[in-house]
Unconditional design. Structure first.
Length: 245
């Protein structure tokens, strides 16, 4: 897993001090982090994005136009995401089947997108905040699944939903595509903010796989100097494992 430290911008902090609470989580090596350009100049972001495109697509010379288009699209998207409070953006590429040593190639490749953002809350009590989030999500998404859970970082809420998109083709026909979205809402301890993890994929058959992937990430979340009690970790692992199936 890749260790991802984070610190929300000071403007987002709502504590009595001027310092924001640091947070940390780990992602699997199959995630490719997309640069967001937070706190760096435009030229530096362009170089980071070119490097990211090479890492994602490889160095094949004939794929250079694809890498340039890929980098340009994500560069344009980075500013919008960071303005919305996104602090981490990654594309997940997970081989399905095959062997770990590569002797047998994977049957197929499953892909997902992971966004992590910070949002403000009106309550600094994580238990109360989680309860309110669960109630609001259940009311706004009655067709989805909303469950409160306990993770090592404290109380949290899981939300699973699906959507369907339909395109009209030039020949008059239609093409449909389904998307599943798994969200993990984690209030900061003693702070009026939360972390929101959004994992989405159009590979709907891999829903359970991605639930397990997000569950593993959830187990690594920590805030500031808050200690992870072993009993809490054991209990939360059982709770979130049972929830994700």
């Amino acid at each position: 897993m890749a260790d991802v430290p984070g610190k929300s911008p000071a403007s987002d902090a709502t504590t009595d001090s001027d310092e924001s609470v640091a947070f940390r989580f780990q992602t699997q090596p199959e995630f490719h982090e997309v640069p967001l350009g937070i706190g760096i100049e435009e030229d530096a972001l362009d170089e980071q994005m070119r490097s990211f495109a090479r890492d994602y697509w490889g160095d094949r010379e004939d794929w250079e136009p694809l890498r340039r288009m890929f980098a340009a699209v994500h560069t344009a998207n980075a500013q919008q995401l960071s303005s919305q409070g996104v602090v981490y953006h990654a594309l997940g590429v997970f081989p399905i089947g095959g062997t770990a040593d590569g002797a047998v190639p994977p049957e197929r490749i499953s892909r997902c997108t992971l966004l992590v953002s910070t949002r403000e809350l009106g309550n600094s009590n994580p238990v109360v905040s989680a309860a309110g989030i669960a109630k609001a999500l259940a009311q706004s998404n009655p067709d989805g699944e909303v469950l409160p859970v306990r993770i090592p970082a404290g109380p949290a809420v899981i939300s699973v939903g699906a959507s369907r998109a339909v395109w009209t083709l030039p020949d008059g026909g239609e093409q449909e595509r389904f998307l599943v979205r798994i969200e993990l809402w984690v209030p900061f301890p003693a702070d009026n903010r939360l972390l929101l993890f959004c994992l989405s994929t159009s590979d709907v058959d891999d829903l359970y796989r991605y639930q397990a992937i997000l569950a593993d990430i959830a187990d690594t979340i920590s805030f500031g100097d808050v200690k992870r009690d072993r009993d809490v970790i054991a209990a939360s692992a059982h709770d979130i494992g049972a929830t994700f199936g």
